[in-house]
Design a protein around this ligand. Structure first.
Ligand code: COA
Ligand code: MG
Length: 312
């Protein structure tokens, strides 16, 4: 039996906040943070000697913490090329799978990484009597092989919910001469990641899933975080990681339309609906033509504004 087919719910993921599984204090703080998603990490924020203890701590946290209803709750396993992956997945999902919305898989290189995770999840769901196919998969693209295979990866399982860019590992793997995770090198006039982001977001849209940008490690540099977040939003991505609580409000703000933008989008939709009711195919709103195409553009912004709580 494979995962249940059908459209998956689209969860809000403007901010996806990383919480190292090594820290009881950080874990306890997770439900209070304003991030749309929190994920408990077993991978690169946890030292090798601490993996088993962190696994137990994450199971305990998932089973005891009370999360707001609309918070997306995820945990990150170690990669499929480590000795930790199978036990991370089996222990955490067996013991706390009913508390999870998705599993995040780092360093994904092939659709096989996703298929293996999907099949293991299905076995655990069957054994534990969990709803089949409910737990989603998030995949990180962090090297050349993963990027080349991204289209097969995004469609490898109906569980796929997001494709995520991992800037630190990617820069190291490709040979981009920087040491700041999420930073940019000297010497290139535009943004050196434009090709990558566009490839990722196109693969995500073709598969009907979300595209998320990874972390900006310089957590005291708010201007730098703003610049990178505005850039990825402009390219169509759905959200970005935060690694420190101070980054959450900045990212949420940038991924939320302003009230003015929301009002304009609602105005365009109303003008278009009136025009269609009167038998016309296009409307005029504030001196601009509105037809079926910008209706769709406006619908996206109107939906984001309503989700953020704007009301007439
Ligand atoms: N999740 C939850 N709470 C966090 C947090 C996180 N990622 N990072 C910091 N906090 C908490 C601190 O416990 C502190 O709480 P308090 O005010 O109740 O004492 C508060 O937020 C402020 O933290 P601060 O003292 O400024 O940061 P720090 O020096 O304790 O930690 C980092 C800084 C960068 C080490 C820490 O934020 C971190 O480990 N981030 C995650 C790294 C990660 O996940 N890496 C892997 C993915 S790239
Ligand atoms: Mg990584």
């Amino acid at each position: 039996m494979s995962a249940a087919a059908g459209p998956r719910p689209t969860r809000p993921r403007r901010t996806c906040h990383s919480v190292p599984g090594s820290s009881e204090k950080f874990l306890a703080k997770a439900p209070t943070l304003a991030a749309d998603q929190v994920f408990f990490d077993l991978e690169d924020s946890v030292a090798r000697s601490e993996k088993a203890a962190a696994r137990a701590r994450i199971i305990e946290a998932l089973n005891t913490l009370e999360f707001p209803e609309d918070k997306t709750v995820v945990f990150r396993v170690n990669g499929t090329d480590t000795e930790f992956f199978y036990r991370d997945l089996i222990d955490v999902v067996e013991q706390a799978g009913d508390k999870l919305h998705a599993v995040m898989l780092p360093k994904v290189q092939t659709p096989g990484d996703i298929e293996m995770t999907d099949k293991l999840l299905t076995q655990i769901e069957m054994a534990r009597g969990f709803e089949l196919g409910r737990i989603g998969i998030e995949a990180q693209i962090e090297d050349a092989k993963g990027l080349i295979n991204v289209e097969a990866i995004t469609t490898a399982s109906p569980r796929m919910e997001t494709i995520i860019f991992g800037p630190g590992d990617y820069s190291a793997a490709i040979g981009i001469p920087i040491t700041q995770i999420g930073g940019k090198p000297d010497g290139y006039p535009g943004d050196h990641l434009n090709y990558l982001y566009t490839k990722l977001v196109v693969a995500a849209r073709a598969a009907g899933i979300q595209a998320i940008d990874g972390p900006y490690a310089a957590f005291k540099d708010e201007d730098g975080l703003r610049e990178r977040t505005r850039l990825v939003r402009a390219l169509g991505l759905d959200g970005k990681w935060s690694i420190h609580p101070a980054q959450i409000d900045v990212i949420n703000e940038i991924f939320t339309p302003t009230r003015e933008q929301w009002e304009k989008a609602e105005g365009m939709l109303a003008a278009y609906a009136d025009a269609v009711a009167a038998g016309a195919g296009a409307a005029i709103f504030e001196g601009e033509m509105v037809d079926e195409a910008n209706k769709k553009m406006a619908e996206r912004i109107a939906g984001q504004g309503r989700a953020a709580g704007y009301a007439a």
